[in-house]
Design a protein around this ligand. Structure first.
Ligand SMILES: [Zn+2]
Ligand SMILES: [Zn+2]
Length: 288
C-alpha cells in the first residue's frame, strides 16, 4: 500500500474558504446589502478574461504551443491567468504536460489521473499536492520566455492584486467595493476553478470517445458550454497540437474563435491544425 501524501494546507484552506466566502458573501450581500448591476457586468468580464487566459493562454498557447501570440496578448493571459489562482504558467504547464504524457501510461506520474477516481482528478490532487516534487524539466521552452519567468517570480502578489484588489477597486468606482470583492473576486474564482477542474474529472468519464477508444478523455458538448470549448477533450488528447478542441464548425469552442479572431489582426500567428483527412481517418478507425 503506497503512503498517502501529506495534506497541502495552503491549497486546502484556499479551496475550502473561497466557496464558503463566495456563497455566504453573495447571499448576505443580496439579502442585507446591494449588488449593483455594474458589478455583475464586471463579474462577466472577469469570467471571460480569466477563462480565456486559462483556455487560450495557459492551455493552448503555453502548455501545447498550438499557436504563437504577440506580447500584449501574452501579458493579458499572464495577468488574468494569475487572477484565477490556478498557479503560474510554469506550474500549471508542468502538471498539464505530465497529464498528457502519462494519463494512459503511468498513473502515478499523471498529477490528476482519473484512474485514482473522480474526486482525486477533480480536486483531491490539489489537496495533497507536493509542490517540492515538481521538477519543471518539461517546461524548459517556457522558462526561456521572459514574461513567463516574470509571472512565475511575482505570482503571489500578482494573483492577489489582479484576483481580489483589482475587482474591488473597480467596483469602488460605483460605490460597491464589497460587491466587487465577493462577486467579481471570490465567486468568479470559484466558478473558474471548478470549470477547469471539470475537464480533469467529468471529461475523463462522461461522454464519447470519438477519436481514440483507448484514452480515458471524452468529448462532452455540455461541458464545452461551461468551459469555453474545452469539453471536446477526447479530440484534444488525440491531437493536442491542434489549436481547436471543438473541431467541427458547429462545435461550441469560443476559445478557437478567440484565437482565430486575434489572428485576423496579427496578434496570434502560426495556428496549428491537423488535416481534415487525418482527423476523419482517425474518427473512422475509432468508430470501426
Ligand atoms: Zn491539454
Ligand atoms: Zn485530460
Amino acid at each position: 500500500m503506497p503512503q498517502r501524501k501529506p495534506i497541502n494546507w495552503l491549497n486546502t484552506s484556499f479551496l475550502l474558504t473561497t466557496p464558503i466566502l463566495a456563497l455566504i458573501g453573495t447571499v448576505c450581500l443580496a439579502v442585507y446589502g446591494h449588488i449593483h448591476w455594474q458589478t455583475w457586468v464586471l463579474f462577466t468580464i472577469m469570467i471571460f478574461a480569466c477563462g480565456f487566459s486559462v483556455t487560450a493562454g495557459y492551455h493552448r498557447l503555453y502548455a501545447h504551443r498550438a499557436y504563437q501570440a504577440r506580447w500584449p496578448v501574452q501579458l493579458f493571459y499572464l495577468i488574468f491567468g494569475a487572477a484565477t489562482f490556478e498557479g503560474s504558467v510554469l506550474e500549471w504547464c508542468t502538471d498539464h504536460r505530465n497529464h498528457h504524457r502519462y494519463s494512459e501510461r503511468d498513473y502515478d506520474k499523471d498529477p490528476y489521473s482519473i484512474e485514482k477516481g473522480f474526486w482525486h482528478a477533480h480536486i483531491g490532487w490539489l489537496i495533497r499536492l507536493d509542490i517540492e516534487s515538481r521538477d519543471f524539466s518539461n517546461v524548459e521552452d517556457l522558462k526561456a520566455n521572459g514574461l513567463v519567468r516574470w509571472q512565475d517570480k511575482y505570482f503571489v502578489p500578482l494573483a492577489f492584486f489582479m484576483g481580489l484588489i483589482f475587482p474591488t477597486a473597480i467596483a469602488a468606482l460605483w460605490g460597491n467595493a464589497l460587491g466587487g470583492l465577493i462577486i467579481a473576486g471570490f465567486l468568479r474564482i470559484v466558478m473558474v476553478h471548478h470549470s477547469t477542474f471539470f475537464i480533469n474529472s467529468f471529461c475523463h468519464i462522461f461522454g464519447k470517445r470519438t477519436y481514440c477508444k483507448e484514452k480515458t478523455a471524452v468529448d462532452n458538448w455540455v461541458l464545452a458550454l461551461l468551459t469555453f470549448g474545452e469539453g471536446y477533450h477526447n479530440f484534444h488528447h488525440r491531437f493536442p497540437i491542434d489549436y481547436r478542441n471543438g473541431v467541427k464548425f458547429y462545435h461550441f469552442d469560443p476559445t478557437k474563435w478567440f484565437i482565430r479572431g486575434l489572428s485576423y489582426v496579427g496578434l496570434t500567428t502560426d495556428l496549428k491544425r491537423v488535416s481534415k483527412e487525418k482527423i476523419e481517418r482517425t474518427r473512422q478507425q475509432a468508430a470501426g
